[in-house]
Design a binder for this molecule. Structure first.
Ligand code: GLU
Length: 482
């Protein structure tokens, strides 16, 4: 068997849609799973306008994700150039080869004629297609027109009868009647290849064995097959993957703000979490495990796990997976990522940010959520007394007032403000009063934070805030409840 060679062939748009990144991921995985090569080819010819820096976005995204290519524009390789615009001179000879084989022909029809044909077809309700006017010109007629310098395109001679069957590893055989296929243009008037032609020739010249791409290309696949057949080239294995949807009706688009790798980075997601999540979009692992490193994905991945129905982007699940990755970070790694967000909410200089980080880490699903989780540190927010009433803790305004009044002297009396000391003192109080922990600890948490959800409980928060601030907030609570 030939060595497996896969390629990722993005167009540089300045933007890495997560659907494209997923294509890159599956393409990479298939290569690496089979001990093959992963090739990067930049398809920059099918674009109205080039976006500056767009190729760098591709390089950076793939590198961040660890999808390193064995051959590509910047690393070179034996079948370059790997930027399509630098290959433009290579295609015409292949189209001429097809003309010589009787599989393609020169077409000299001008724009006016083509428009007329189209208008007539449309008026009579026929699917617009080239009417094959030049298909049967004699050799002499063609030569005379070429000699006269009449502009031409080269078109493929699609069989007029029969069917063409195209095989996709996921969708199986797809058969279409040849009569529905146009004699597509291979080489345009300016001598440049059409996108479909360049794509096929490039894949062949680069020895590509497996093509993974979005299923928006599925409809053109039979035409690709005819081209391979016309050349007598081996057809690579095709795997068309389903769209990623925002909901049942709509594709996830740029406007949705979650659609690109960059969007997700700006929102504070971790790269390995994003990569893990997008692997699960349209691919189901065999077992229950959902958290995979790239190496594990290579191990686990199987084409049979790919889905034929569109995957729906689930931000809640992505967030949960991100949380799993955040919990796996060392505290220093966590702090490095979290610090800018902690600093957004906490301007006080005397606060132990590492301690805050320790409290936050088990509760962070997204770094950008941090400021809101700790916005009570610098300043106690306004809060409703209703927060003191907690059904499960069996607290109400009355017993909370009592508890805060009991807590105040106990904490004021502590000379050494450490977590152990506060803990010990409060549990002694709990024991003396013969109450459940929540009766003391819930009112404390509310009084020092003004919130019901906090990273850490009352004791930890007291340590973070320091003695004076904690005492002041407890007094404030007593005042509010009195
Ligand atoms: N350049 C195409 C794209 O970015 C890729 C087509 C293919 O993979 O064959 O969508």
């Amino acid at each position: 068997m030939n060595k497996v060679r896969t390629r990722f062939a993005p167009s540089p748009t300045g933007y890495m849609h997560i659907g494209n990144l997923r294509t890159a991921l599956f393409t990479y995985i298939i290569a690496k799973k089979n001990g093959g090569d992963f090739i990067l080819r930049i398809e920059d010819t099918d674009q109205g306008r080039l976006v500056e820096g767009a190729t760098d976005v591709i390089y950076k995204t793939l590198r961040d994700c660890g999808l390193n290519w064995d051959e590509g524009p910047d690393v070179g390789g034996p079948v370059g150039p790997y930027i399509q615009s630098e290959r433009m001179g290579m295609f015409k000879q292949y189209a001429v080869e097809l003309v010589e084989k009787g599989e393609a022909y020169y077409c000299f029809c001008d724009k006016e004629r083509l428009e007329e044909v189209r208008a007539i077809q449309e008026a009579s309700g026929i699917m617009p297609m080239y009417d094959r006017h030049c298909r049967d010109l004699s050799k002499e007629e063609v030569q005379a027109k070429l000699d006269a310098g009449i502009p031409y395109v080269i078109r493929q001679k699609v069989p007029t009868e029969g069917e063409v069957t195209f095989h996709d590893e996921l969708y199986g055989d797809i058969t279409v009647p040849c009569s529905t296929l146009d004699d597509q243009i291979l080489i345009k008037t300016d001598g440049m290849p059409t996108y479909n032609f360049a794509n096929v020739v490039d894949d062949h010249l680069m020895g590509i064995t497996h093509v993974v791409r979005g299923n928006e290309y599925l409809a053109s696949a039979p035409k690709y097959n005819l081209l391979y057949n016309a050349f007598g080239w081996e057809v690579p294995k095709y795997i068309h993957v389903e769209h990623i949807m925002k909901d049942k009706q709509h594709k996830l688009s740029k406007r949705d703000g979650d659609a690109s790798y960059q969007d997700l980075m700006e929102k504070g997601y971790l790269t390995p979490a994003v990569l893990n999540y997008i692997a699960l979009l349209g691919w189901a692992p065999k077992g229950e495990q959902e958290i995979f490193t790239l190496e594990e994905l290579i191990e686990e991945f199987d084409i049979s796990g790919l889905s034929k129905s569109p995957a729906i982007f689930d931000a809640v699940k992505l967030k949960a997976i991100n949380g799993e990755y955040i919990r796996k970070l060392s505290i220093d790694e966590y702090l490095e990522n979290a610090l800018p967000y902690i600093k957004k909410a906490v301007k006080r200089e005397d606060i132990d940010v590492k301690r805050i980080a320790q409290l936050l880490q088990p509760r962070t699903e997204l770094f950008t959520d941090i400021p809101e989780q700790i916005d009570f540190i610098d300043e106690l927010p306004e809060y409703e007394n209703a927060l003191y009433c907690h059904k499960k803790m069996k607290t109400n305004e009355e017993n909370s007032l009592e508890s805060l009044k009991d807590i105040l002297p106990v904490l004021e009396g502590l000379s050494d403000w450490t977590e152990e000391n506060i803990h010990e003192a409060l549990f002694k109080l709990i024991e003396e009063k013969g109450v459940k922990n929540g009766i003391i600890l819930w009112p404390l948490r509310v009084a020092v934070s003004g919130k019901s959800f906090t990273p850490g409980g009352g004791i930890e928060l007291c340590v973070i805030l320091g003695k004076d601030e904690s005492i002041a907030r407890i007094r404030k609570g007593i005042e509010k409840l009195s």
